[in-house]
Design a protein around this ligand. Sequence first.
Ligand code: UDP
Ligand code: MG
Length: 357
Amino acid sequence: MVKNKNKIKEDSLVVKYNGRIQVDKKRSIGFNKKIIADKDISVSIIAPFYNEAKSNVIDIFFYNLIPAMEKITKDFEIICVDDGSKDNTYLRLLEYAKKDNRIKIVKFSRNFGKEIALAAGFKYASKKCAIPMDADLQDPIELLPVMIKEWQYGHKAVLAKRFSRSEGLLKRIGCNLFYKCIRIFSNIDIPSNTGDFRLVDRQLIDEFNKLCEKQRYIRGLWAWIGFEYQLVYFDRPDRIAGNPSQSWRKLFELASNAIFSFTNMPLRFWFVIGSLISFIAFIFGLWIIINTLIYGSSVRGYPSLMVTILFFGGVQLISIGVLGEYIGRIYTETKDRPLFIVECEDNFNTKENKKKR
Ligand code: UDP
Ligand code: MG
């Protein structure tokens, strides 16, 4: 009877990915599949957790991930970053970590956000490559063997790219607009429809860990670091359980981090607008002088004066706001606070991990 009950419970934990997976063939050109194919597989999985204990996300995550990784290699670790959860996410993770020392936990003192949680994961990662993935399995486990194979063939990074976005219309439009702006105004190439889900080689991880800026947009940083990459296309499934905790405010913060830390476009934009308005004002001034010389002056023109004053007042306030945004960022960077505060760590007592930090 008990056995039967367990079976039903376990069945409910199985997650199967039904979407498509497709490797970008064009990017494989020049990679000799035989030469590096015997490279040792050694992988750090990095997963951020924030208030995930309300549903069975944590159980589903480990239940599906561990056997899948065991099939690929014996040499792997799962670095779980508890991003200051207010529920008992940490205790739930600890239950698993106690049973399996490949599961390692970094617990933050408060919620620092997913970007910082991933940055911490990369600092703690000790294997030859790392794969950050969401705990809610929107980054499907079925992609892991495909990505690892591409890495073995010699690609320094393997990015998971969505065929299309399954989110609501508003979020889709926002995301498309965002990527377009970034592509036009920054001089780095952030591949569209790719997220944090990717495989990165040790060389990239080491370069990434040298970066010390506090306001981060990780995808942009990877693009800034460079190196060639492979693409694996997939259909992004919905969350397995629970509710997303990335609020609109957090997404907006992320987008503004991306824009303000990767482009000087907003500053340049106001320079162009300012120059244009000055030019128009100059022509307008000339016209007034000529007009007065020919027809004499009159006191008319109050409305146009008000409109002009208000308009320029607005333009100046906006441009001061943009300057303020950059100055605020400089202020945050100069304070040089640590990126995150760790409350405790579990299962990091092995020699290789101590050596790393
Ligand atoms: N997450 C986090 N800190 C946060 C918000 C989210 O570590 O402040 C984690 C969350 O537990 C999940 C991943 O980041 O593993 C993605 O979050 P979510 O599913 O809420 O957002 P979305 O899928 O909409 O990006
Ligand atoms: Mg999610």
